[in-house]
Design a protein around this ligand. Sequence first.
Ligand code: AGP
Length: 613
Amino acid sequence: MCGIVGYIGEKESTKILLEGLHRLEYRGYDSAGLAVVSPDKKLEVRKVVGKLSEMDKSVEEKPMPGSTGIGHTRWATHGVPNKVNSHPHTSCDGKIAVVHNGIIENYDSLKQQLQKEGHEFKSQTDTEVVAHLVEKHYKGNLEQAVIAALNEVEGAYALGILCEDEPDKMIAARKGSPLIIGLGEGENFIASDVPAILKYTRKVLYPKDLEMAVLTKDDVKLLNLEGKELEQDIKEVEFDAEAAEKQGYDYFMLKEINEQPRAIRETIAGRLGEDGTKVKLEDIGLSEEDLKSVKKIVMVSCGTAWHACLVGKYLIEEFAKVPVEVDYASEYRYRNPIVDKDVLFMTVTQSGETADTLAALRLAKEKGAKVVSVVNVVGSSIARESDGVIYTRAGVEIGVASTKAYTSQITALYLFALYLGQVNENLKTSREEELLKELNAVPEKMETMLKNEEFNKAIEECKNQYFEATDFLYLGRKYNFPNALEGALKLKEISYIHAEGYGAGEMKHGPIALVDEKLPVVCNAPKDSVYEKMISNIQEIRARSGKVISIATEGDKEIKKHSDNVIYVPETEESLTPLLVVVPLQLLSYHIAVKRDCDVDQPRNLAKSVTVE
Ligand code: AGP
């Protein structure tokens, strides 16, 4: 996610801005920029690609004097990481500068309208439309121009805005993306998160969605988007900077598990038609004709991303009726695969740098395949070498154990499956509408579940009962078979307990020999088309004294009779159950690992991105 810092006061702003941005580096970024009002009241903008240290050097060599400024670290969502796409973005006359975190969903239509009105754009970003919109509405009062502009904008934003003609003023506004206001003596601040300003003040305002602030060095006004002044609920920040980076969570992994509703929303954002009942995937790099000619899809990946591919297989075959083959990248690249011209090759990857996945992609391209990749890092090697991309917008994932990237990958593959079914006409519009309605409801269901006391108590009980087990078995069927593999991977990679995931139907072909009173067996058993089969498998385990932890649908009383522990998830459409079922699996692994004093964010022997074979 991007980082925003702003300062208005009497000190030199550049030093404060850069310190603040360094404090936000944990949010991940690929470029950075500053806009500072110079002592002769000119707005100076400077940008770098790569690390913040480049900006440190630039400012060292050529200072940017001035006591009002905004700074930004960019995590690219629209447009590759380069100087032009870095923030701040400016209006045509260069007098208005904007930094932004979030996604302007209707930027395409706004950009076209502004271009018709003569505005010239320099970047590929969604953010730049805000600078031109404010310029269009500017009649000598910056806050009024911003209000007019924001009333045209759809999507999520946290904004910092400066205007050369009003050099002693800064505007901040938010909707859906984090933004705070720091209150000092003779100085005031804006930031994406408290670590950026804790050195200067602990007095903070947390604007709500659709609120904005007008800052001068001595005053802060909070307004709604009608311009009405609002009460200020000033808070005192308790925790230190280190804790603040994790937003109060003990580990980044727990923070990222809780960020999943937002990550799913952002991965969906801007990819539904005007009325929200159709899917539109722009940067997929394939025409509708290309997609109609796809006779088979080969999906190749590693680890958790490979589990997402397995879910994608079920989705694409069900909704688009196109056969899908899934393979480990490390196997694909050495088995001399057959690639026909009407094969669509897909990779799924969080980092976009996994060596095996990149090698498999290059091999498929050599053999003439078109490549579409689901990637979290804009401008990464795999993104650049693919013919088309579907970006997950999970933001930076710091925990080595992948969580929000996984659910974002499933979401992206869900959208792709519906889109392909829509294009090749194998998916009825009415069915697509139903599925999109259910998909849009998942983030809120997940948020409610994460806050549910019973849910967290059930996980706590499982942690206390089983944290000393030496082996676990995870079972699932159909859409939740990949989650059996994913649950086992999560547990083994952060708690170092041996765990295996299996298709539940496979039990009788060997694994059931493992079952005894010491073996916890996690059974993914939501109410779906294979529920009865799962109940039979659970009974087979219980008959052999195995300990059954069932992941079940809220309201299912029957399953309690067959389980030692039950963790309930909200009801949803069968094909969407993987998004909800995986969350208790992630949390169970997390809490067991913490109980076992493991280094949850940096497990032994593992790297976040496996860029070597
Ligand atoms: C999952 O928790 C692991 N971190 C690992 O399996 C990971 O999913 C795999 O290395 C693939 O990484 P990628 O998504 O960046 O390509």
